[in-house]
Design a protein around this ligand. Structure first.
Ligand code: SF4
Ligand code: MG
Length: 322
């Protein structure tokens, strides 16, 4: 059984001018120990998908259809208190800016110990031992000394390691990581990515990794879901999608990474901008930017289809030489 399943998830924002769907019919599943990357440009809906999973959608945004299951159990319709218990204990979250996840007036140790004891029946001493052990596991040097220091005494990269320890110390089954390395130096990014991958393997936790960076996906994820204008346009094993992208948008994203993009001449850059939710075209949302567009693309929205491990939503998926 998949650890996380999201079925046909639609998030709607009501407004005076009528409601708009920020994401539409998003379906994903993640197995234990697996890292699913969700990639796309800003506003594509990847962060919103993550927020919906952890029950932290900003009102008035709400789930208008679809369902979310964690280990088989519906979690999209739980009362806030039940969802709060799941967050932290069964789902851990890692965000871009470590300072938003850490309390500046508490020592790193106190925050870890508090989180551990909120979820596991341990004495303060045992929780402290466990906290030191987590700091060691995420690569903090001299953890028995660093545990009594404050977040501002850590560098950005070390702080993000602390955030990862904080997200993992309650031993969640699922981790939602939203741009976890975007604020960090490139060399530190690689270390954090390697750490996340190792810990997912070791603990068997599933990870949904939200990022705009195909390079991060290439180095971290097992499978990737590419989002565009609120929908998944292509999903499949990373090795397959990155070497043989079948959606023109994925191909364009790939071409934007020089070290991976194999044939940049096909779509050297994606001209134009992603349509906003209220002004999405009726047919394929990528049509205004797509060099392969045909009449059918404007009239008819392509469904996500495919028989193998990979699926793509493009009328011409079989014909385009990407
Ligand atoms: Fe381009 Fe048409 Fe495919 Fe959309 S459906 S990506 S417009 S070819
Ligand atoms: Mg985002």
């Amino acid at each position: 059984m998949a650890l996380l399943t999201v079925e046909n998830l639609t998030v709607t924002f009501p407004s005076r001018h009528g409601s708009t769907n920020a994401i539409e019919n998003v379906t994903i599943h993640v197995e234990p120990g697996e890292i699913l990357g969700m990639v796309g440009e800003s506003g594509a809906g990847k962060s919103m998908t993550g927020a919906a999973i952890i029950g932290l959608l900003e009102p008035p945004g709400h789930i208008s259809s679809g369902e979310i299951r964690l280990e088989g159990e519906r979690i999209d319709n739980l009362p806030p208190a039940a969802m709060r218990r799941i967050r932290g204990r069964r789902i851990g979250a890692i965000f871009q800016d470590p300072l938003t996840s850490l309390n500046p007036v508490l020592t790193v140790g106190d925050q870890l110990i508090e989180t551990i004891r909120a979820h596991l029946p341990l004495t303060k001493e045992a929780a402290r031992e466990r906290a030191i052990d987590w700091l060691r596991r995420v690569g903090i040097p001299a953890p028995e000394k660093r545990i009594d220091t404050y977040p501002h005494q850590y560098s950005g990269g070390m702080r993000q390691r602390v955030v990862i320890a904080l997200a993992l110390c309650a031993e969640p089954r699922l981790i939602i990581a939203d741009e976890p390395t975007t604020a960090l130096d490139v060399s530190v990014q690689a270390q954090i990515i390697a750490l996340l991958r190792r810990l997912a393997r070791e603990t068997g936790a599933a990870v949904v990794l939200v990022t705009h960076d195909m390079g991060v996906i290439a180095e971290t994820a097992d499978r990737v879901a590419v989002m565009y204008a609120g929908r998944i346009v292509e999903v499949g094993p990373v090795a397959e999608v990155l070497t043989h992208p079948r959606h023109p948008y994925t191909a364009g994203l790939m071409a934007s990474i020089p070290r991976i993009g194999p044939r940049p001449e096909i779509l050297p850059q994606i001209e134009g901008a992603m349509p906003r939710p209220a002004s999405r075209p009726a047919g394929c949302a990528f049509a205004p930017r797509c060099p392969y567009r045909i009449d059918r693309c404007i009239a008819e929205r392509p469904a996500l289809r495919g028989t193998g491990a990979a699926q793509v939503s493009c009328h011409l998926a079989e014909e385009i030489p990407v």
